[in-house]
Design a protein around this ligand. Structure first.
Ligand code: BEZ
Ligand code: FE
Length: 286
């Protein structure tokens, strides 16, 4: 066996991929090995630091279960998720921008009639959402789907509450003949990403806060159009400038209008202040 030094070792490892018959795998692994070795050389990694990294990655894996995905949280907080999203969803100008899916999507939310209140008893300031689903040319898309979810007005998702088996603040809406949607939920508030695991330790060590600005998630889809997973962010929300997962896009920030108690959309009369949020989603053809 040949002996390698700290400089020619990298090429020797890469050469071991010569027999791989998957060209894409080869490309990805070659680049990974090169960057990894360059990183180790650049920072002159000590053995103690290498062990710290191994222990950290082990703890990230051990924190994962069927409800908790610490590796995705690591990817989110290091900006990798939003980078992958940006590369894979280069939308034509005018189409709604995508952003991270996040770990709190719960598949199978019920399809409910337009105008429904999806809070299901969750606490929070009432908010009435409305807008249209449009083509890039501004024509209405009828029969499109908005699959919506958010935390409650305390910044907690239903699936984070022990024993909460019923969905809160989730629902699917089908757009009407003019491409319109409307529904009631709450005005989302900021909340921290989970910090009780190794990623939380990493954020503290980095001197970072764990918070995401108030936002509501949606997957917007329609037959013949590109599906987009996105958010709407509350304008002027705390942490809009420093989202812990780097997912804010200017085009997704909406001015939630505050209203005094009184008549509200859909013919209801509110006895507390409420908000309205209006946003049109434009989809690119598939
Ligand atoms: C979320 O918005 O639900 C989320 C996204 C990334 C990490 C944690 C939470
Ligand atoms: Fe979220």
């Amino acid at each position: 066996m040949r002996q390698f030094n700290e400089h020619d070792l990298t090429d020797a490892v890469i050469q071991q991929l010569a027999e791989s018959d998957d060209p894409r795998f080869k490309t990805v692994m070659t680049s990974l090995i090169r960057h990894l070795h360059d990183f180790v050389r650049e920072v002159e990694l000590s053995e103690a630091e290498w062990m710290t990294a191994i222990r950290f990655l082990t703890a990230v894996g051990q924190k994962c279960d069927d409800k908790r995905q610490e590796f995705i949280l690591l990817s989110d907080t290091l900006g990798v998720s939003i980078l992958v999203d940006a590369i894979n969803h280069r939308q034509p100008t005018g189409a709604v921008e995508s952003t991270v899916l996040g770990p709190f999507y719960w598949e199978g939310a019920p399809e409910v009639p337009l105008g429904a209140d999806i809070t299901n008893g969750a606490r929070g300031e009432p908010a009435f959402y409305s807008g249209r689903l449009l083509t890039l040319d501004g024509a209405p898309i009828a029969g499109g789907m908005l699959d919506v979810w958010s935390g409650d007005g305390e910044g907690t998702y239903d699936m984070q509450r022990p024993g909460q088996d019923e969905m809160l603040c989730r629902g699917k809406f089908r757009t009407d003949a003019e491409g319109r949607y409307w529904f009631r939920s709450i005005r989302p508030v900021y909340y921290p990403v989970p910090t009780d695991g190794p990623v939380g330790d990493m954020l503290r060590k980095m001197g970072r806060h764990p918070n995401r600005p108030g936002h509501i998630h949606m997957i917007v889809s329609a037959p013949g159009y590109q599906t987009v997973a996105t958010h709407l962010f509350v304008k002027d929300a705390p942490y809009l400038e420093s989202d812990a997962v780097f997912a804010v896009k200017d085009s997704l920030i909406v001015d939630f209008q505050r209203h005094e108690p009184g008549p509200a959309p859909g013919g209801s009369v509110m006895d507390v202040p409420f908000y309205t949020c209006e946003y049109d989603f434009r989809l690119a053809p598939a």
